[in-house]
Design a protein around this ligand. Structure first.
Ligand code: ZN
Length: 329
């Protein structure tokens, strides 16, 4: 069972405010967004599975997180990295088979919810898809039954805290091996059909999770050492030239920040508070010993929009005048 996110609360902020301006001059033009490179296939063995998503687009929900990505270090997978995608569903919708295959097993977990595992054979290459936390399993989903891609498997049960309907969706490539828990798990991202990738990109754009300041991608490495840092470089707008976020501890998605000058010099550092369930955009507050900056942000893979107030000024209402920051794998 995977509990894959943590909701970071907005800490109480109390610090002296100054009237200092943003430390750097504006840059007006953002370069075009560089294309995101899909990670290479995890194996060179022929026989690549064509994968759909286990959800119909209209059934997607973002009450809590939307999608919790592969490899990120959430509380349930802090040590080894998350071995699949957690996907949030609209109540009353169905978890669906991501590819045609055969039911390997229907298991009940310790909380009375169900785990469905399907086997998929492509040539001589074997895969397994796993769907956890189902409240009910459809009557025709029994061991050895054939299923078609998109067939309803059951209803999503409560995932995480606070509970929201969802499933942990995992793809195991039986030719792949990694030491540690879930040794066969590979990212589903590399296997998506073009239609599924389009749908995924649309859903992913709406996902937010507390770990994305350092692990922003739909596919992150399962191994990460702490402290873990990620630098975001300004591509447009009038914010600082760079922002570096550092997560010191494995267990909790607590961050420190550093604002960077063009030269890379740190011009301000302090603590970060975020509230990722705020809609439409998560809240962020940067607190240094002398200033509090209130903001909103939105991260979609390698790009962050960040609207940050000057010390003493109120939080922006939206991301209209946000600065654009980019990072790379
Ligand atoms: Zn999960």
């Amino acid at each position: 069972m995977r509990k894959a996110w943590v909701l970071a609360g907005v800490a109480l902020l109390a610090a002296a405010c100054t009237d200092r301006k943003s430390p750097l001059a504006p840059t007006a033009i953002a370069a075009p967004t560089p294309p995101l490179v899909t990670p290479p296939l995890p194996t060179t063995v022929p026989g690549v599975l064509a994968l759909a998503l286990p959800i119909d687009g209209p059934d997607f929900a973002t009450t809590a997180f939307g999608i919790a990505p592969f490899g990120f270090h959430g509380p349930g997978d802090a040590t080894e990295g998350h071995p699949g995608w957690d996907i949030e569903y609209r109540a009353g919708s169905f978890v669906r088979a991501a590819a045609a295959g055969t039911v390997l097993s229907v298991l009940e977990d310790s909380t009375g919810r169900f785990i469905v595992q399907l086997e998929h054979v492509v040539g001589s290459h074997f895969y397994r898809t796993i769907y956890t936390s189902l409240t009910t399993v459809n009557a025709d989903i029994i061991e050895a039954a054939e299923v078609r891609a998109g067939q309803a498997l059951g209803t999503p049960g409560t995932l995480g805290t606070p509970g929201t309907p969802g499933t942990h969706f995992q793809l195991d490539d039986l030719e792949f091996h990694r030491e540690g828990p879930d040794p066969k798990a590979v990212t589903p991202e590399s296997f998506l059909t073009p239609a599924a990738k389009s749908l995924f990109d649309a859903l992913w754009a709406r996902a937010t999770f507390a770990q994305e300041l350092v692990e922003p991608f739909a596919t992150n490495p399962r191994t990460l050492s702490f402290p873990a840092s990620r630098t975001w470089t300004r591509a447009g707008g009038d914010g600082p030239a760079g922002v570096r976020f550092t997560r010191r501890r494995l267990e909790v998605a607590e961050y420190e920040y550093e604002l960077l000058a063009e030269s890379g010099t740190v011009i301000e550092r302090g603590a970060v508070a975020i509230n990722v369930t705020n809609r439409p955009y998560p809240l962020i507050a940067l607190t240094s010993p002398t200033a509090v900056r209130l903001g909103l942000y939105d991260i979609i893979s390698n790009e962050m929009r960040l609207s940050l107030s000057n010390p003493g000024s109120p939080r922006a209402n939206d991301l209209t005048n946000a600065s654009v920051y980019r990072t790379s794998r």
